[in-house]
Design a protein around this ligand. Structure first.
Ligand SMILES: *Cc1c(COP(=O)(O)O)cnc(C)c1O
Length: 304
């Protein structure tokens, strides 16, 4: 793969009055530093999909996402680096007239954008719809929305290898759940895995995750109440938290996933969820480009 990734992945320590008072070690696995665009978990989800695309002889990859999708832009950049073309099937026809910064970047990486209505997008896993798309984009290897397939989870399972063995809890944000499921499959059972859902009513993920997490794997919990109104929704409190967190710890968080994950972990600490002596590792899954719409409210720069 032609993308040049950092070999070392930093682990930062967060120490403050809260961690001190609860006797907890809190660390952050900085996957956001892997690459400014193909950041964090997206690289792991794409890795084996791109390999499979090449092995299949496809000229390009096709995938699905919304107008602000981290997955679309990561796919566009990673495919370009791998010498593959890319097609993005974009949810909603309205985005066509005025491209979001995300879609603009996708196009700069050479992604062909194909807009479909929200209703049609809802069929993205329907076999008849997919056959139609396959006929239209014959040379493409199809990757589902969010990179959420067996190959994606095989990649995210490798994140487990970056986590020190003495960690007691791992916390990660959930979108499609591919990162969470891969991590659960890759981590030892003794480590508790906590997933904070980024969208409203995320509890439905429990069933979906059960079907892709290995049956013998237990010790995982979903937290569905830290969504701040829904996917990509935020409040002034969340933005203030992001700014304070940056000032105190020099770590930039994205508004869609990691700010909510970190808020959740702080709230759980406050509630004495973690026994004293716990060693908690938060996965920073990247996604800073998702801050573009609130950049003016942030004290740090998220645009690369
Ligand atoms: C896509 C994304 C997630 C969600 O990952 P899933 O594997 O879809 O659950 C989390 N954080 C960031 C920054 C993302 O871009």
């Amino acid at each position: 793969m032609a993308i040049d990734f950092r070999k070392e992945i930093n682990i930062d320590t967060i120490q403050n009055a809260l961690t001190d008072s609860r006797g907890i070690s809190l660390q952050v696995l900085r996957l956001d530093q892997l690459h400014p665009v193909v950041s964090g978990n997206k690289w792991f989800k794409l890795k084996y999909n791109l390999e499979a695309a090449k092995a299949s002889g496809a000229k390009g990859v096709l995938t699905f996402g919304g107008a602000y999708s981290n997955h679309l832009i990561a796919t566009a950049a990673a495919a370009a680096a791998a010498g593959l073309s890319s097609v993005g099937i974009v949810r909603g026809l309205h985005g066509k007239e005025k491209l979001t910064p995300t879609l603009q970047s996708c196009r700069e990486y050479g992604m062909h954008l194909h807009f479909i209505s929200r209703a049609e997008y809802g069929l993205k896993e329907d076999l008849v719809f997919l056959e139609k798309m396959k006929a239209q984009f014959r040379d493409c290897f199809f990757i589902p929305e969010g990179g959420d397939n067996d190959l994606g989870r095989k990649g995210t399972a490798e994140i487990a290898g970056l986590i020190p063995v003495d960690i007691t809890h791992v916390a990660v944000a959930i979108g499609s759940g591919a990162t969470f499921a891969g991590l659960r499959n890759g981590l030892s059972d003794e480590i508790a895995l906590l997933g904070i859902t980024a969208m409203k009513d995320g509890a439905y993920m429990k069933e979906e995750l059960s079907s892709v997490i290995l049956q013998e794997k237990a010790n995982w919990t979903l937290f569905a109440d830290y969504h701040f109104g829904g996917f990509a929704k935020y409040t002034p409190e969340l933005v203030a938290f992001m700014n304070t967190f940056y000032k105190n710890h020099s770590i930039p968080l994205d508004m869609v996933y990691n700010a909510k994950m970190m808020w959740g972990v702080f709230d759980l600490m406050q509630q004495d969820y973690f026994p004293p002596g716990s060693k908690v590792m938060c996965i920073h899954s990247g996604g800073l480009q998702g801050n573009a719409s609130i950049q003016a409210q942030l004290c740090y720069n998220s645009i690369f």
